[in-house]
Design a protein around this ligand. Structure first.
Ligand code: NAP
Length: 288
């Protein structure tokens, strides 16, 4: 049976470290405030927003909520973002996705000041990541790097395969693994002989969005398997993109769903919020 990579424990460890940093910052008179904007009442978004606000309260970060009705116009949303961009006390701005269909999410993301882009989705943050400059990191992939490092799994020189090339997971994951000196392959829906490629991986990261898509035949003996997927199975239990039951017999280490990648995303969002203060004072983030 593979070693379980415990995202619950590691995310708690990170949140406790951040709580300590925030306490010290408060003693220096520095406060952090995250503005959370939600448009409409998508049930999943309501849960995510609630959890983000709960994490803020735990760490000692102030949060301001903007719950806008689903029929809010794009102009109204852009005007609110502009106001928050200029609000000195607001250090981070988060717009919960998905947005209603009448809004252009790319335009909304671009409206957020890159200095307050705690989700790391702004093209400036993405560009900084790819050219190796410090910038806000996309939270889920940054969380995966922390899972590996804090589980003492080395990345340097490893053959890493990512299945999925989304802007929020697959692509930034590739950039972060390159930064850690891995050899990286990114597979997607047009990839031929996928199984042959995934079987090469020392570290396999799966972000496809398909229930139990990766099985035991797709994984090399002793591989490290990171499952980003999040679904409900036939019995309404949470499960991932990887068939955990069988793959955990072959892998050397694996993330469970739930309790693997999921809790790391919010922990890294909190880390980005804390970084806003270090950036403000010396233009550089403090290493996590
Ligand atoms: P996405 O935007 O739907 O992207 C899915 C990717 O998988 C695409 O690049 C797609 O390829 C690729 N793909 C689809 N079918 C494939 C196939 N048959 N073979 C190879 N590649 C295939 O999804 P996402 O936003 O990255 O999310 C992926 C999963 O992670 C979802 O289950 C989501 O709920 C979960 N997630 C979890 C967290 C967390 O915090 N735990 C955060 C984000 C996402 P093309 O580009 O060619 O279409």
């Amino acid at each position: 049976m593979a070693q379980l990579i415990d995202g619950k424990r590691i995310s708690q460890e990170i949140k406790d470290e951040l709580k300590e940093k925030v306490e010290k910052l408060k003693q220096e008179g520095k406060r952090i405030c995250l503005a959370v904007i939600q448009v409409g009442e998508d049930p999943a978004s309501c849960v995510y927003v609630r959890n983000k606000k709960k994490a803020c309260a735990y760490i000692g970060i102030d949060s301001e909520s903007y719950e806008l009705p689903g029929n809010t116009s794009e102009e109204e949303l852009l005007a609110l973002i502009e106001k928050l961009n200029h609000a000195g006390h607001v250090k981070g701005i988060l717009v919960q996705l998905p947005l209603p269909e009448h809004m252009d999410a790319d335009k909304v993301i671009r409206a957020i000041s890159p200095d307050k882009d705690v989700d790391g989705f702004h093209p400036v943050s993405v560009g900084r990541l790819w050219i190796g400059e410090t910038g806000f990191l996309s939270c889920t992939p940054a969380g995966i790097i922390q899972l590996l490092k804090r589980s003492h799994i080395s990345i340097e020189g490893k053959e890493c395969v990512i299945v999925g090339r989304s802007n929020i997971v697959g692509k930034p994951m590739a950039a972060l693994l390159l930064r850690e000196h891995a050899t990286v392959t990114v597979a997607h829906s047009h990839t031929r002989n996928l199984s042959e490629i995934t079987r090469r991986a020392d570290i396999l990261i799966v972000a496809v969005g398909k229930r139990r898509f990766i099985g035991t035949d797709d994984v090399k003996d002793g591989a490290v398997v990171i499952d980003v997927g999040m679904h409900r199975d036939e019995e309404n239990r949470l499960c991932g993109d990887v068939d955990f039951e069988t793959v955990s017999q072959k892998a050397s280490a694996i993330t469970p769903v739930p309790g693997g990648v999921g809790p790391m995303t919010i922990a890294m969002l909190m880390n980005n919020c804390v970084e806003t203060v270090y950036r403000e004072s010396n233009g550089k983030p403090k290493d996590i």
